[in-house]
Design a protein around this ligand. Structure first.
Ligand code: SAH
Length: 261
């Protein structure tokens, strides 16, 4: 008799504790969702503020860029890509500062103003095919993927390439292909490209990339060395195949590594 008597309250407690646990879980869930929602909202506010800052910087550098504002499509792409997903978790509070940030392996995610300017100089038209050399975090590729039909991006550091590939897939950027390899030689199987962007600096314009640029296409890349002033260069391949280059802006990029000379 004793057994069931003792057991009874504990059974009752167990049954009544299920709803309590559920309520607690639901409350916890609600709190988390709420925290997530306000995180998202504050990131959005920071992203909008960053866009205003980029617009201001563009006006201040208008003489270099030969334009006072960027293409609204480019700005819309910048507004849509969650940069906080592309930086290290410990740097998330700086994700919408207009500055480069470390991404490991001695590499950096570029300053948002520079990403916006480079993307704008490419004049990516609807349906374009793009090549990026220097995937890094995948951020520039994500911005381009909103403007082009397909983005091919090459990264020489295996760990970074793998991380970027996983991140882009998780965030739903299905039109980006990441390959681990030396971008100096481009991606011949996917060539030719309407636009090519190089996000690491070399002493010269890699000839394989010039070859893989479509007539009528544009390439934007920094040229210089690690320790001298680098110039952002806009390259155009004219319809008849002739090449024109134009120095746009002094910049600072990490070096293009690999076996080329
Ligand atoms: N576009 C990147 C920034 C990249 S920093 C972003 O949005 O985050 C430059 C990147 O170029 C680095 O990740 C570096 O590892 C890579 N890189 C350097 N030399 C390379 C080469 N020869 N081929 C491909 N990637 C290269």
């Amino acid at each position: 008799m004793e057994g069931p008597l003792i057991a009874e309250p504990s059974v009752t407690m167990t049954t009544s504790s299920i709803p309590v646990t559920r309520i607690l879980a639901a409350l916890l869930f609600a709190v988390c969702v709420q925290a997530g929602a306000s995180d998202t909202a504050s990131y959005e506010a920071e992203r909008r503020a960053l866009l205003r800052e980029i617009e201001r910087d563009v006006r201040e550098t208008a003489e270099y860029l030969n334009r006072r504002e960027l293409d609204p499509r480019v700005m819309a792409a910048m507004a849509a890509v969650p940069r906080h997903e592309f930086v290290r978790p410990e740097d998330r509070d700086l994700a919408y500062a207009n500055r480069p940030l470390p991404i490991g392996y001695g590499q950096t995610i570029s300053q948002p103003y520079i990403v916006a300017v480079m993307t704008d100089l490419l004049e990516p038209a609807k349906g374009c095919r793009a090549l990026e050399v220097g995937t890094g975090s995948g951020y520039q590729a994500a911005v381009l993927s909103r403007l082009c039909e397909k983005v091919y991006t090459l990264e020489i550091v295996e760990g970074l390439g793998q991380q970027a590939r996983a991140r882009l897939a998780r965030l739903g950027y299905t039109n980006v292909d990441v390959r681990i390899g030396d971008g100096y030689y481009g991606w011949p199987e996917a060539a030719p490209f309407d636009v090519i962007v190089v996000t690491a600096v070399a002493g010269h314009i890699p000839p394989p990339l010039l070859k893989q640029l479509k007539p009528g296409g544009r390439m934007v890349l920094p040229v210089g060395t690690r320790f001298t002033t680098q110039q952002l260069v806009l390259v155009r391949k004219l319809d008849d195949g002739r090449i024109t280059t134009r120095q746009m802006l002094p910049v600072a990029f990490v070096p293009l590594t690999g076996g080329h000379d």
